[in-house]
Design a protein around this ligand. Structure first.
Ligand SMILES: Nc1ncnc2c1ncn2[C@@H]1O[C@H](COP(=O)(O)OP(=O)(O)OP(=O)(O)O)[C@@H](O)[C@H]1O
Length: 306
């Protein structure tokens, strides 16, 4: 995985007065699954669409598969697959008919063979004659992925492909993504699911137009230099409310019967806890999760801006 398939530097995008993406820079290796995370409206879709040539950045430089994202957008579109947030297949057509239509759009010479190959690869052969509108959410997404793959793209851009899909189908979907990655296809995928983030080779975390962190899940957690303590016992909801306004506490979350409290300042964290927890509570150190690290990133970014 040494070759870059995408490299962008200092990309900016405005929608009217709104600065939707600020100085966005990222390099993505061939065959890598790169996750995009961040709150709603943070610029994930806009960044993805700039990198794949669907919209033109207002400034910056960038290449996708060696082609300039400003000047060679039509050529980029021929080599990539893009799955948008909206399901955009024809409901009255079968899976096979939808894929044949996509093959025609891409002007593929051996349409039937290409469609057979992709149906087989994605485990859709037995359902190929089923109308798209009768498919469940998970199968619809799998068909949409198949439609992106008919013309054998080298890069896939997937915008929240598994939103609203059940965990079992999401797992199957991600198994396919890893198979595609193993074949050398690079995948950029936006998601709000932490389990999916953990399945990516590398991640980019955006908040309100800014790229706040990028790297592997482990490196992003490590860079934040956070300490998380876990409290078990009674009255966790009241304790959480008190801790939220205590000095040095950056993030709190109740997970079932335990309360996790995270901070960059270990001494102040311990001092705040000592002032509030009782003998009935037990406290133990735990590994900071990716979700906690992202929450802390977002909170400190918001504090810095205000
Ligand atoms: N075509 C557009 N015209 C005007 N504003 C837009 C347009 N597209 C996006 N925006 C705005 O730009 C910002 C970033 O939007 P974007 O869709 O990239 O965020 P996102 O991180 O993908 O959000 P979500 O997780 O909700 O999909 C938002 O404030 C959005 O309202």
């Amino acid at each position: 995985m040494n070759e870059y398939c995408i490299g962008v530097t200092g990309l900016n995008k405005y929608f009217g007065d709104h600065h939707a993406v600020r100085d966005f820079s990222l390099h993505i290796h061939k065959g890598e699954i790169h996750g995009f995370l961040g709150p709603n409206g943070s610029g994930k879709t806009t960044s993805i669409r700039m990198m794949c040539g669907l919209i033109t950045p207002d400034s910056g430089t960038g290449y996708c598969l060696g082609k300039d994202i400003f000047r060679q957008r039509d050529e980029i579109k021929k080599c990539i697959g893009y799955m948008s947030q909206q399901f955009s297949m024809w409901g009255n057509l079968t899976i096979r008919e939808n894929l044949l239509f996509m093959a025609r759009l891409h002007n593929i010479s051996q349409k039937a063979q290409s469609v057979d190959r992709i149906l087989s690869e994605l485990g859709l052969s037995s359902r190929q004659h089923q109308p798209a509108k009768t498919l469940s959410g998970g199968w619809k997404q799998r068909m949409a992925l198949a439609a992106c793959l008919v013309h054998q793209p080298q890069v896939l851009f997937l915008d929240e492909p598994t939103a609203g899909v059940d965990p079992h189908s999401r797992r199957d979907f991600w198994q396919i993504l890893h198979q595609l990655s193993a074949q050398g296809i690079s995948i950029l995928v936006s998601t709000h699911y932490m389990d999916e983030a953990e399945r990516c080779h590398r991640l980019a975390y955006l908040a309100y137009g800014d790229l706040l962190a990028s790297g592997t899940a482990q490196s992003i957690i490590r860079q934040q230099n956070l300490t998380t303590l876990q409290i078990a016992g009674h009255g966790l909801s009241v304790l959480e409310t008190q801790l939220r306004s205590s000095p040095g506490i950056e993030h709190t979350i109740i997970r079932g019967n335990v309360l996790n409290v995270t901070s960059r300042d270990k001494e102040r964290l311990v001092a705040s806890l000592s002032a509030l927890v009782s003998e009935q509570h037990t406290i133990s150190p735990v590994i900071t999760s990716l979700e906690d690290a992202f929450s802390c990133l977002m909170i400190s970014d918001a504090n810095n801006k205000h």
